[in-house]
Design a binder for this molecule. Structure first.
Ligand code: SAM
Ligand code: DTB
Ligand code: SF4
Length: 323
């Protein structure tokens, strides 16, 4: 889709946009349950890169302590808990520029992927840059999808990251795809970019052949100590418009209402789902910050009749009046 086309979609009257997105959504996703993904940080902090939004860059002094790769058994128990809480996918995040196959920790990573799959969950991982051989080995281990976000439009990207380029990220995405791994690729809004920068990101994503399997739309969580710590929140209607536009531009992609739900009202979240978001991160924590509490998720999803069936029992408990 061209940038002009995306602009025309995005800027139409709000309710016309919602109506168009809803139609596309119902054509492709009617009756399909909302996807709940759990997140787990498997290696926190100390990253060499300078992404201006990130709590884990070694360039900034933030709340994050630098830690090594966590043990495989810790990942397995997180996967088992996530499954019991209703998630269907575990997304593992490592704060690295990248990892290669000659790094001894790569074997543990492969083991994590295999063991997560054995629990019956889908496995997603984000490790930064991969060599073709690392990508192939992850595919063989059973990795369902790899998360590598483009984060923003190509023009704005250098204002956010100087240690690698938008092109580097596209190259990495090519290697992931060539290895036959599903692609999870999206971005962040609220970093000071314009609406055109956000639409430029959607243009790049929707022009991929095929577009990503899932598209996380994160709202910046401003992290004290990072250059973006003072950024004001994105107005909810801008987020809803962007989600609707993503739904129309990529009808078959899962659009994830990703980081930042804690700052959104239940009504704004409901409009995001109406506009086509059909995936969330579910669990107490994102990577280094808090997520909306699981019982709040359950309450909201039940009110909207969006709760996946196997979670109905839990909803009954969370709707009991609290003491
Ligand atoms: N090192 C890996 C990489 O760069 O691809 C992955 C880790 S990074 C934490 C994964 C994604 O989380 C980022 O690309 C960004 O979209 C999102 N993210 C990170 N920090 C965020 C923040 N403070 N607010 C919102 N989204 C954030
Ligand atoms: C994505 O798009 N968002 C997730 C996941 N992929 C790895 C990460 C969100 C991180 C939010 C900030 C934090 O907790 O540090
Ligand atoms: Fe954070 Fe990933 Fe950038 Fe490192 S490469 S600073 S972990 S977003």
């Amino acid at each position: 889709m061209t940038l002009e086309h995306l602009k025309a979609i995005y800027h139409q009257p709000f309710f016309d946009l919602l109506e168009q997105a809803r139609k596309v959504h119902q054509t492709h996703w009617k009756g399909k349950p909302l996807q709940l993904c759990a997140l787990l940080s498997i290696k926190s902090g100390g990253c060499s890169e300078d992404c201006a939004y990130c709590a884990q860059s070694s360039r900034y002094s933030t709340h994050v302590k630098r830690e090594g790769l966590i043990p495989v058994e810790q990942v397995v128990s997180a996967a088992v808990r996530a499954k019991a809480a209703g998630a269907t996918r575990l997304c593992m995040g490592a704060a690295w520029r990248g990892i290669d196959t000659d790094d001894p920790r790569f074997l543990s990573i492969l083991e994590m992927v295999r063991r997560v799959r054995e629990t019956g969950l889908e496995a997603c991982i984000t490790l930064g840059v991969l060599s073709p051989s690392a990508a192939q080995q992850l595919q063989k281990a059973g990795l369902t999808v790899y998360n590598h976000n483009l984060d923003t439009g190509e023009e704005f990207f250098p204002k956010i990251v100087s240690t690698h380029s938008f092109r580097d990220r596209l190259e990495n995405i090519r290697r992931i795809r060539e290895a036959g791994i599903g692609l999870c690729c999206g971005g962040i809004i609220g970093m000071g970019e314009s609406v055109d920068d956000r639409l430029s990101l959607l243009q790049t994503l929707s022009s991929m052949t095929p577009p990503p399997d899932s598209v996380p739309i994160n709202c910046l969580i401003p992290i004290p100590g990072t250059p973006l710590e003072k950024q004001p929140p994105v107005p909810s209607f801008e987020l809803i418009r962007l989600i609707a536009t993503a739904r129309i531009a990529m009808p078959q992609a899962r659009v994830r209402l990703a980081a930042g739900r804690l700052k959104l009202s239940p009504e704004a979240q409901a409009l995001c789902f109406y506009a086509g978001a059909n995936s969330i991160f579910h669990g107490e924590k994102l990577l280094t910050t808090n997520n909306q509490a699981p019982n709040q998720d359950i309450k909201l999803l039940q009110e909207l009749d969006l709760l996946p069936e196997d979670l109905l029992g839990k909803a009954e408990n969370s709707l009991q009046p609290s003491a």
